[in-house]
Write a protein that binds this ligand. Structure first.
Ligand SMILES: [Zn+2]
Ligand SMILES: [Zn+2]
Length: 641
């Protein structure tokens, strides 16, 4: 017999070789039907894998992220089985679960697949799923694994096997399909009730541009049809809100092939939006003791050798710029920290100056593969809301509080109400991996934990995810569609102050090393604005909207009055434009709605006569007639909301 400990702490005796499924059945048949996989001693296993020794077991269902992952991962196998049945002789790369669904990379040889072929594959998947074939795990020797895929002629799997050690190779089989995989999977294909294949794209084998281009098929599956229907509705709404589509429609930003992929250009309205956002952050930072700096977009190679970035990212990530006469080598800056360290080092500091907070809306350049680029959210050049705080270890907690408070304030002002943070700490098992003293690490980790508790922020703590140079906190927000987005980071750093030999003179009159905090709570302006656009569906908060009002003239005779009105309102800091086209008012209203202008003012004979406006609000329609004074008051009330 073996002892099985469940999450509630209860201990149960089971026959040796019992499975998680047996454990589930002993609790209830209903639970057993819902079990997808199980965490056995912290590792996710097949629910039907025999347990040979005393273990802690947590049963995983659709509600658990790991349960979902095993479901989608198993669905990737099902898709591969269907594709192999329809297109014999194809070869497979990898097929992992992703945040929403799964994909499989396939070498289809001469066959070309398009989105039109997906329904047939879906149909085959459903047919195979209804056979309720079990996912059968088999440990195989390396020689047998090689022999199998040599026979099949799949060089991709052979390459994967090459990187594995004998004794750690497993095959999984469902129906006629065998795959190299370490698992885990769900018990059988019958659990997959709803299937939707979403997209076909190209992807390089192992992400390497010099290697074979494969066909990547994305899909998603659910245990219930209803869940798929809801998901597809959400997807439809997300498509409408896609920031790339809205960004073009609202004339916020553009890309040019000639300038280069992943290098956004901000149009006048987008620039107005971004400037307003930056200025708002700037003011809030100033209130919290930040000092703003500006640094160049390039730096000498030595700078990055000193910082260690050159060694870490290698010469590939940096694009060198040579000065032919002096023979110097410059690099485009991938981060602002080394420049800020040099600013700190430019003069001596006393403990009285700490914490010293240096902020910059710093534009950085990082190489991303062209296939990874996506609108404003994945780019090659972007501007961070960056700052570096130089302080003592004892000041860390207050500095964290300061940054957390700032971030919460700004996010709320932007209309986000749900945010959480992930705290990444040391792996207690491998203390040798980290630089800095244990005492300083303890203090830094404690500071983060206490600060997040004090501002009442929901957090998840992950051990072992800290960088070798310090613990960190990552922000996540949920948007209006319930999607989670990763924002920026607050990172403690014991490494760079060492590398740049930064010092301050302490109360003891002796030199000491400050600790450094990197913080870019919003990540980058580009990414943040892309999230904001999708969250608001382009209906930006009134205070941020590049154009707050549109004055719509009824007829030719009202244009001069409308122009005067625009001028008059500008004095109250209300911005917008006059639509004096020779169109009907109905048409003008529809067009203004499409442009997501928050407020429309309609001006006809009556309004000219008594100096009033007929007010319409985006999404809410007619707000009635107001005098100009009344409108200004109304507008200010909206702003305060
Ligand atoms: Zn698998
Ligand atoms: Zn930094």
């Amino acid at each position: 017999m073996i002892q099985i400990t469940l999450p509630d702490g209860s201990v149960h005796a089971f026959e040796k070789g019992s499975t998680s499924m047996d454990i589930a059945r002993s609790i209830s048949e209903g639970l057993a039907r819902n079990v997808l996989s199980a965490k056995v001693n912290g590792e996710v296993w097949d629910a039907e894998r025999p347990i040979e020794q005393d273990s802690t077991v947590q049963l995983l269902t659709w509600r658990d992220p790991e349960g979902k992952s095993s479901f989608w991962h198993s669905s990737a196998h099902l898709m591969a089985e269907a594709i192999e049945a329809l297109y014999p002789g194809v070869k497979f790369g990898i097929g992992p679960p992703i945040e929403n669904g799964f994909y499989y990379d396939i070498d289809l040889g001469e066959t070309q697949l398009s989105i039109n072929d997906l329904p047939e594959i879906e149909k085959k998947m459903k047919e195979l799923a209804s056979q309720k074939n079990h996912y059968i795990r088999k440990e195989v020797s390396k020689a047998d694994a090689v022999a199998y895929f040599q026979e099949k002629g799949d060089e991709y799997k052979l390459e994967l096997i090459d990187g594995l050690e004998d004794g750690q190779i497993t095959f999984y089989q469902q129906g006629n399909f065998v795959d190299l995989c370490k698992g885990p999977h769900i018990p059988d294909t019958g659990k997959i009730k709803a299937v939707k294949l979403l997209n076909v794209a190209g992807a390089y084998w192992r992400g390497d541009e010099t290697r074979q281009m494969m066909t990547r098929i994305y899909g998603i599956t659910f245990p219930k049809q209803k869940e798929l229907t809801e998901y597809l509705e959400l997807l439809e709404e997300a498509k409408k809100r896609d920031h790339r589509k809205l960004g073009a429609e609202l004339e916020l930003f553009t890309f040019s092939e000639k300038v280069g992929a992943g290098l956004p250009m901000w149009l006048p309205k987008g620039t107005a939006l971004r400037n307003r956002l930056e200025n708002f952050m700037r003011q809030e930072q100033k209130k919290r003791g930040y000092q703003e700096v500006i640094t160049p977009h390039i730096g000498k190679k030595e700078l990055y050798v000193t910082s260690g970035h050159y060694e870490k990212y290698g010469s590939d990530s940096f694009q060198p710029i040579h000065t032919p006469k002096e023979g110097e080598e410059f690099l485009l800056k991938p981060m602002n920290c080394p420049h800020h360290c040099e600013i700190y080092a430019s003069r001596p500091h006393s403990y009285r100056e700490l914490p010293l907070r240096i902020a910059e809306f710093g534009t950085v350049y990082r190489y991303e593969q062209s296939g990874e680029l996506h609108g404003l959210s994945r780019v090659r050049g972007f501007t961070q809301d960056d700052a570096h705080i130089f302080c003592t270890v004892d000041q860390l907690k207050d500095e964290f509080l300061n940054v957390l408070e700032l971030t919460q304030y700004v996010l709320k002002k932007m209309g986000f109400s749900e945010f959480t943070a992930q705290i990444s700490l040391r792996d207690p098992e491998t203390p040798e991996k980290y630089i800095g003293t244990k005492e300083n690490w303890d203090k830094a980790e404690q500071a983060i934990i206490e600060a997040t508790a004090e501002v009442d922020m929901e957090t998840v703590t992950v051990l072992g995810e800290a960088a070798f140079y310090g613990p960190k906190l990552d922000f996540m927000i949920k948007d209006a569609l319930g999607r989670s987005w990763q924002l920026g980071t607050i990172q403690v750093d014991y490494n760079l102050p060492d590398r740049f030999e930064l010092e301050y003179v302490g109360t003891d009159n002796a030199p000491h090393r400050p600790v450094m905090i990197h913080r870019a709570p919003f990540g980058s302006m580009e990414r943040f604005i892309s999230i904001l656009i999708e969250h608001t569906a382009g209906k930006l908060p009134l205070w941020l909207a590049p154009e707050q009002i549109a004055i719509l003239t009824v007829g030719e005779g009202h244009v001069a009055h409308a122009e005067n009105l625009l001028h008059e309102l500008a004095a109250y800091d209300i911005r917008g434009y006059v639509d004096d086209r020779g169109e009907t008012v109905g048409r003008k209203i529809r067009d203004t709605e499409l442009k997501k202008i928050p407020i429309m003012l309609i001006v006809g004979d009556d309004e000219v006569a008594d100096h009033s406006v007929a007010v319409r609000k985006q999404g809410e329609g007619d707000q009635g007639k107001m005098t100009v004074k009344e409108f200004v008051r109304y507008f200010r009330e909206l702003l305060d909301q």
